[in-house]
Design a protein around this ligand. Structure first.
Ligand code: NAP
Length: 671
């Protein structure tokens, strides 16, 4: 018997009063116990705030991203123990790849995004500055700073590892500590994963705690600096969201809940096309992976009326080849549901669906494992001939291997049926017809958190209807909970407060650590290209002498590069163009002259120019005009042990000090 401990305020606490028994999905035997009503959840919150918040927020985004990477690699090294345990939840080895490897992979993506897309500082800058006054001496900037409380993650039973890590990674990246409350049914897997992370020694004290069992009165004591992210059923979400203190204190509450996801067989994807076969493959996978216990699984299968029979025949053929059995055995395609309770729940929901739809595959009564003590069920396929009159097929989520095929007449009808889910996590459309894709996107995107299109062109690389990716938003409106998770750096921002900061350019630069146009320039230092990364400070500026641009320069550049566009070569044609007074210099000539004006040619700390961002040409340069350059250190980002990226603000002006061009130059500079 495993005793699933909580990790509270630095101590492992064994199950106590109110502990619940946990059964093996395979045998039905009680294998573990979890829960302790005497757990001091208030001490956990204080520990997170006093230790975790302080330690994490002393680190920069890059420090935390490096920590996530190390943590993910540590988990990967030790994942076998998680595989071994997870079989008892009913998961097969290929299910482990989604839950355990998928969770670790998600953490690695956040580690990488944190280093590449967030600054090496403690404030995240959201968007460009906004000029709020005529001369630019009063500007605005949106910034994001981590909340100062704790994130309480309440997770569903189906992904004991991924479900934790996909929330934990962005939380830690943002700089918030977390208290994880896994679903009791699979908490023994989560507990071991938490132990691994704590044993790694990579996390500061208070960054991660675990509640095995109930959360006590924790929700009654949270405030505006705390976050609750809930994953589970709509029913529980409604109950928790309505906690008086959550409402009164406006505690951030995100819900990822159940969803009647659908997949549409496009009108072009008729039998005999690669799209038809692809549709069948995706539908079979979504019905059987994790025994259908996936929030994104396809519950509703929408097919053109004329294709319904062929589709049901193909799905039945595919389902008849699925081996249901002990997930530890290698020939098994689908394991049991997580528990006998879950099995009962699915049977009950399937019976409700059965009042409106005919079961065309999978009879739980005659199923060969029907008498087995484990929570085994066959995949069950239904056919609802009149989906307009039906309700249960659009409303009842049987959280298991259950899907319903239904016909549609045209694209408007397909969209209307899709939207009967009243808000879903994902819908997929298998089509090669761009018009079909656009019509469904317009009609159904507002009802879905994710739309997945696939066809013969993308199928070899597509990631699957059911896979939420760390790069893309996961969540959905309405029935799906109205929440949003993942989506790259957006995920970390859910644990931060966005604040509009207003002030002078110097004040904004001081806050953000990034030079804002109009802020003080430091001009009395040696050439910035001669100084290593660490010697450069934000605002260091070089003003160059000016250079006159001649007609000869323009012609030489045109003939050398082959860019003989008429605006540079033909006075009359150029003058007829509303943008030009006559022949003008090439924009790229100006950039080249600018580099000629600001570079310091000797070997030195500048290793390479790696790009330009936000290039704008504002005023044409005619022969006889002159240009000069202001080059300012805007931001610095360490990249590795040897060098870092310097972002320079570059402004070209003419002899009348009018802006000619502006851009950001990126260089890699040695430390
Ligand atoms: P659930 O019964 O709603 O439980 C979800 C979580 O809430 C569990 O950790 C549960 O803990 C906890 N909980 C229940 N009552 C609570 C209370 N009064 N106070 C604090 N916590 C409480 O859902 P489930 O059966 O675990 O998961 C299946 C459902 O989750 C399905 O409907 C599925 O669609 C949905 N789901 C959604 C997503 C998504 O991303 N949208 C992902 C996965 C699953 P105990 O286990 O200890 O009761």
């Amino acid at each position: 018997m495993r005793l699933v401990h909580s990790f509270a305020a630095g101590q492992w606490i064994a199950p106590g009063p109110g502990a619940r028994a946990i059964e093996s999905a395979i045998t039905g035997e009680v294998i573990a116990q979890a829960g302790n009503d005497a757990l001091d959840v208030q001490a956990m919150r204080a520990f997170a705030r006093d230790r975790g918040t302080v330690a994490l927020q002393a680190m920069t985004f890059h420090d935390r991203a490096r920590m996530l990477k190390a943590l993910a690699l540590y988990l990967r090294e030790h994942r076998q123990v998680l595989y071994d345990l997870s079989f008892d939840t009913g998961a097969t080895q290929s299910d482990h790849l989604i839950d355990i490897d998928g969770g670790i992979g998600t953490m690695l993506v956040f580690a990488s995004k944190g280093r590449r897309e967030m600054p090496d500082s403690r404030i995240y800058i959201d968007g460009p500055p906004e000029q709020l006054s005529r001369t630019g001496q009063f500007q605005g900037q949106h910034i994001c700073t981590p909340l100062q409380g704790v994130a309480l993650h309440i997770n569903a039973f189906n992904f004991p590892v991924w479900g934790m890590l996909e929330k934990l990674a962005p939380t830690l990246l943002a700089g918030m500590p977390a208290i994880i409350k896994p679903a009791t049914a699979t908490s023994y897997v989560t507990e071991v994963c938490v132990r691994l992370m704590l044993d790694s020694g990579l996390l500061p004290d208070g960054a991660l705690q675990l509640i095995a069992g109930g959360t006590g009165d924790l929700l009654d004591h949270l405030d505006c600096q705390d976050v609750v992210t809930f994953t589970g059923s709509a029913q529980t979400a409604k109950q928790l969201r309505a906690t008086p203190n959550v409402l009164n204190s406006a505690v951030r509450f995100t819900a990822e809940q159940d969803s009647l996801n659908a997949s549409v067989l496009g009108p072009d994807a008729v039998q005999g096309t690669p799209e038809f076969d692809l549709f069948v493959t995706e539908a079979l996978r979504e019905m059987t992976v994790k025994a259908g216990q996936k929030c994104t699984a396809i519950r509703r299968i929408l097919a053109p009326s004329a294709q319904v029979d062929a589709l049901i025949t193909a799905l039945r053929a595919g389902l008849s080849k699925i081996t249901v059995g002990n997930p530890r055995e290698t020939g098994t395609d689908m394991g049991p549901l997580v528990s006998s309770n879950q099995k009962m729940d699915v049977l009950q929901k399937a019976a409700q669906i059965g009042t409106e739809a005919e079961r065309v595959f999978g009879d739980p009564e005659t199923f060969s494992m029907a008498d087995d003590q484990g929570a085994f069920l066959p995949p069950m396929l239904f056919h609802c001939a009149d989906p307009d009159a039906a309700h249960a097929v659009h409303d009842v989520e049987a959280f298991g291997p259950v899907s319903t095929v239904m016909p549609y007449n045209d694209m408007d009808h397909a969209a209307a049926l899709l939207n009967r889910g009243k808000g879903s996590l994902v819908a997929s459309v298998i089509t090669r017809d761009g018009d079909v894709a656009r019509a469904l996107a317009m009609a159904s995107a507002p009802f879905h958190g994710r739309l997945y299109f696939n066809n013969r062109d993308s199928m070899a690389e597509a990631t699957g209807h059911g896979a939420p990716l760390p790069h893309m938003v996961h969540g959905g409106p309405g029935r799906a909970g109205g929440g949003e998770e993942l989506g790259g750096v957006r995920a970390a921002l859910h644990y931060m407060q966005r604040t509009a900061v207003q002030g002078s350019p110097d004040i904004l630069s001081a806050i953000t650590g990034k030079w804002t146009p109009g802020a003080t320039e430091h001009v009395d230092k040696p050439h910035p290209f001669t100084r290593p990364f660490d010697d450069l400070t934000i605002g260091d500026t070089l003003h160059t002498p000016s250079r006159t641009v001649t007609l000869d320069d323009i012609e030489t550049f045109a003939n050398f590069t082959g860019d003989t566009f008429y605006a540079h070569m033909d006075h009359a044609a150029a003058a007829a163009n509303p943008f030009f007074p006559g022949r003008v210099a090439h924009g790229y000539l100006l950039l080249s002259f600018a580099a000629g004006l600001f570079v310091q040619p000797d070997p030195g700390p500048v290793l390479a120019n790696t790009g330009l961002d936000n290039l704008r040409f504002m005023k044409p340069v005619e022969p006889g005009d002159s240009i000069k350059v202001r080059l300012t250190v805007k931001a610095k980002t360490p990249r590795n042990d040897d060098y870092g990226e310097v972002r320079w603000h570059v402004a070209l002006t003419n002899q009348n000090d009018e802006a000619v061009a502006e851009y950001e130059l990126l260089t890699m500079n040695e430390y």
